[in-house]
Ligand binder design. Structure first.
Ligand code: ATP
Length: 233
């Protein structure tokens, strides 16, 4: 399966609010792609549509050339971390992952491997409802990685992480990208993305206003933050 994301002419309105006017971009494998824009620009809506959680009014959102609902083994095609990732609070972190893994025929050993990788092995049997925001983010990342997917989509992955968590997340995203995966992350942290992302897509009011290598943006505007501020005025 191709490690690509293709968004073409995506449109979506909520009542009188046009969340997506004409969203078009491609995410390529091998690098982290930053997805940035002001509050309400349409980042989460685009991600939700990509993951089959919302329906567009027009256009297409494809993962490896297919719509989410046409994927036969979704966990093995795309890993996602969305804000407020659904959690059953009374379930332990481990049971949360086991339930997900078993739903798609993945072995329990994979769950323990992931708990270790995200640093939750020590608290895996505690109820997830008591987890801190950072621990929930880590559990969400473990869920995203379960099926070893070629495409990762993460909405604000640095939310709630402590400084060691930032280092860990940065490293994880870089490594996954270097392995040849497509990694799309939304974030408001321009300083972070400037170093981490090889490519940036800037959106404003439901459409793409810039789609370029991070280095080109820095060369033209001085910094990613300046580019962002200039492009979204
Ligand atoms: N379920 C919904 N019902 C009504 N309006 C919605 C819904 N989801 C999104 N919107 C509206 O669509 C627009 C785009 O929102 P979206 O959450 O995609 O933006 P965003 O770029 O992710 O913003 P942020 O940076 O704040 O997360 C906003 O005007 C928002 O209020």
């Amino acid at each position: 399966m191709d490690a690509t994301i293709d968004i073409t002419g995506l449109r979506k309105s909520y009542g009188p609010t046009a969340a997506l006017r004409e969203m078009t971009f491609t995410v390529r494998p091998g690098q982290v792609t930053g997805f940035v824009g002001p509050n309400g620009a349409g980042k989460s809506t685009t991600m939700r549509i990509l993951l089959g959680l919302d329906h567009p009014d027009g256009g297409t959102a494809l993962i490896g050339g297919r719509r989410y609902r046409d994927l036969t083994k979704p966990l093995e095609a795309v890993g996602a971390l969305l804000d407020g990732t659904a959690l059953q609070p009374s379930r332990s972190g481990r049971n949360h992952l086991l339930w997900l893994a078993q739903s798609q025929g993945l072995p329990a050993s994979r769950v323990d491997e992931l708990l270790d990788e995200v640093g939750l092995a020590g608290v895996a049997r505690r109820r997830a409802g008591g987890y801190s925001l950072g621990m929930r983010q880590r559990l969400g990342v473990a869920a995203a990685l379960l099926g070893d997917p070629p495409v990762l989509i993460l909405d604000e992955p640095f939310n709630g992480l402590d400084p060691a968590g930032f280092v860990w997340m940065r490293d994880l995203l870089r490594t996954r990208a270097r392995e040849g995966r497509a990694v799309l992350i939304s974030s408001h942290l321009m300083g972070e993305l400037q170093d981490l992302a090889g490519h940036v897509i800037v959106v404003d009011r439901g459409r793409v206003v810039a789609d370029a290598p991070t280095r080109a943006m820095r060369e033209r505007y001085g910094s990613l933050e300046s580019a962002y501020l200039e492009l979204t005025r």
